[in-house]
Design a protein around this ligand. Structure first.
Ligand SMILES: [Zn+2]
Length: 81
């Protein structure tokens, strides 16, 4: 049983997540990460083993499954539309 770090709910479900990570100045997406999702607030949590596996995949020499273009938007009050 995992207790949510955000809202301290004890109910969660298992899910597969896609997450974007930044490493060495570039962004990479890791698909199908097994995660625990809080039923109340939706906070996603990865196990330590999962986080370590992601770190090795992203920083290691593993070959990406594919490459995609990524558009980046900045959320800032200073910019005018
Ligand atoms: Zn929560």
């Amino acid at each position: 049983m995992v207790t949510c770090e955000v809202c301290h709910a004890k109910e969660s479900r298992e899910a597969m997540m896609d997450e974007i990570f930044r490493t060495a100045g570039k962004y990479v997406r890791v698909d199908h990460i097994p995660a625990t999702v809080c039923i109340r607030c939706g906070e996603e949590t990865f196990s330590r083993e999962t986080a370590e596996t992601i770190r090795l995949r992203v920083r290691g020499q593993a070959k990406p499954a594919k490459s995609i273009a990524l558009e980046v938007f900045e959320f800032t009050h200073a910019s005018k539309i």
